[in-house]
Ligand binder design. Structure first.
Ligand code: 6PG
Length: 470
């Protein structure tokens, strides 16, 4: 093919990159992929679907020359130093106006820096979250781009073509300026951590606490997924319970070590929320529980120091399943509410102009946190795009109130039995604090003023006061 005949280029032909490129080619775009390793190029070539236009190369300058102007180049390389290294190789080969997209899970502060750096050189730089895993990249992910709105029209048709669709609408939208796309993806992952922790807690109650078998759990999660909890994470959980282990013939879930890994995006969400002073305790607890899970050896020792009998009794199977379902629904809504409240503040603080209605709209399909609940959130934002917290929406409130009593029961049962349900509990605690007209923080203010003369405000008079406490 002659020079400048490809519509889109992708750097980094790991499974995600390869699948994204194959997806784009399926939609009629001529695409070219670059990877330093010739093996990765061969892997791509082996998967080319007849009738599509795909080329692979290990020659970066050839890769750049083959692209139509302005070039649209996406990087899917490991977040961190690798992104800067690739940019340095790429920059001398680019022309002004070319568009570079970082599609990895980069920390948003790196993206802020790279946007500035690239724009000073005359290029456009987008930080773009891509969610949906390997399958999503191949069949339709949820895509979260952020960057110069004037450059977005150049990439928009391609992204809309390859993204997941809900009711015919693409799961991609311009999500704001600068690092907005990566910020939204980070918070997406924080919410993902929260929901995964909530699911694992209700699993613990039903399995370890109530003794439900994997077959019963499969049935429970199937029912949930067929109803109001319909979501990707509940759906895959349903299927996980049936998977057999080739080595032992047992269910695979029962031979998986209870130590959770993490790549950092959940932690980043918590860290940034702390910096901004936004409460996202469900997500914080999810991060902490992964950390605690890593201490396997210590937990084994502690279980001998504090032996417990965590069997649940005195409640029917039907009731505990119902309580677990409602608690999961409740906690999941709170996890979204916290993430969205963080986005609301971060958007203003960092001047990113993140459109929250669009965020929940494009999360309805393709991504890991896709769920039928997002439709309700979308409607809430359509009624009031400036909603600081979805808990203030009347329809959302009705959904929560209907599940509040059973959430309390589930927590009470689990706490009594000694089963940790920290994310469910803290979700309810967040709810209870958020809807409290008065909090006991008057006492904290009194203490601060007592020992440090930190002053306080009064309920009956404007101004700042200090008392002589002794
Ligand atoms: C997605 C996922 C994806 C990745 C997570 C896993 O949206 O497709 O979130 O980005 O699987 O980063 O994160 P941990 O390894 O930290 O669980």
């Amino acid at each position: 093919m002659a020079d400048q005949s490809f519509d889109f280029g992708l750097i980094g032909l790991g499974v995600m990159g390869r699948n994204f490129l194959l997806n784009m080619a399926d939609h009629g775009f001529a695409v070219i992929g670059y990877n330093r390793s010739p093996q990765r190029v061969t892997d791509l070539e082996n998967e080319i679907v007849p009738g599509t236009t795909i080329k692979g190369t290990s020659d970066l300058s050839l890769f750049v020359k083959e692209l139509k102007s302005p070039r649209k180049i996406m990087m899917l390389v490991q977040a961190g130093k690798a992104v800067d290294a690739v940019l340095e190789e790429l920059i001398p080969l680019l022309d002004k106006g070319d568009i570079v997209i970082d599609g990895g899970n980069s920390h948003y502060t790196d993206t802020v820096r790279r946007v500035k750096y690239m724009e000073e050189k005359g290029f456009k730089f987008f930080g773009m979250g891509v969610s949906g895993g390997e399958e999503g990249a191949r069949r339709g992910p949820s895509i979260m781009p952020g960057g110069d709105p004037d450059a977005y029209p150049y990439i928009r048709p391609m992204l809309e073509a390859v993204s997941a669709k809900v009711n015919g609408e693409p799961c991609v939208a311009h999500l704001g300026k600068g690092a907005a796309g990566h910020y939204v993806k980070m918070v997406h992952n924080g919410i993902e951590y929260g929901i995964m922790q909530l699911i694992s807690e209700v699993y613990d109650v039903l399995h370890r606490g109530y003794g439900l078998t994997n077959d019963e759990l499969h049935k429970v999660f199937k029912d949930w997924n067929d109803g109001e909890l319909q979501s990707f994470l509940v759906e895959i959980t349903r299927d996980i319970f049936l998977k057999n282990d080739d080595k032992t013939g047992k269910r695979l879930v029962d031979v998986i070590l209870d130590k959770a890994g993490s790549k950092g995006t959940g932690k980043w969400t918590s860290q940034d929320a702390m910096d901004l002073g936004i409460a996202i305790p469900t997500i914080d607890v999810a991060v902490s529980m992964r950390n605690l899970s890593a201490l396997k050896q210590e937990r084994v020792e502690a279980s001998k120091v504090y032996p417990s009998n965590i069997k649940i009794s005195g409640v029917s199977k039907e009731d505990i399943i119902q309580q677990a379902r409602e608690a999961l629904f409740f906690g999941t809504m709170i996890s979204y509410a916290q993430g969205l409240a963080l986005l609301y503040v971060a958007s203003k603080e960092y001047d990113m102009e993140i459109p929250l209605p669009q965020v929940v709209k494009i999360w309805r399909g393709g991504c890991i946190i896709r769920s039928t609940l997002l439709e309700a959130f979308y409607q809430a934002y359509v009624s009031n795009p400036a909603l600081p917290n979805i808990l203030l929406d009347n329809n959302i409130a009705a959904l929560l109130k209907a599940r509040e009593a059973n959430t309390r029961k589930l927590i009470a049962t689990a706490v009594q039995a000694g089963i940790p349900v920290s994310a469910v509990s803290v979700s309810l605690g967040y709810f209870d604090a958020y809807r409290s007209e008065t909090m006991p923080t008057n006492l904290i203010q009194a203490q601060r003023d007592f020992f440090g003369a930190h002053t306080f405000q009064r309920v009956d008079e404007e101004g700042v006061f200090h008392a002589h406490w002794q």
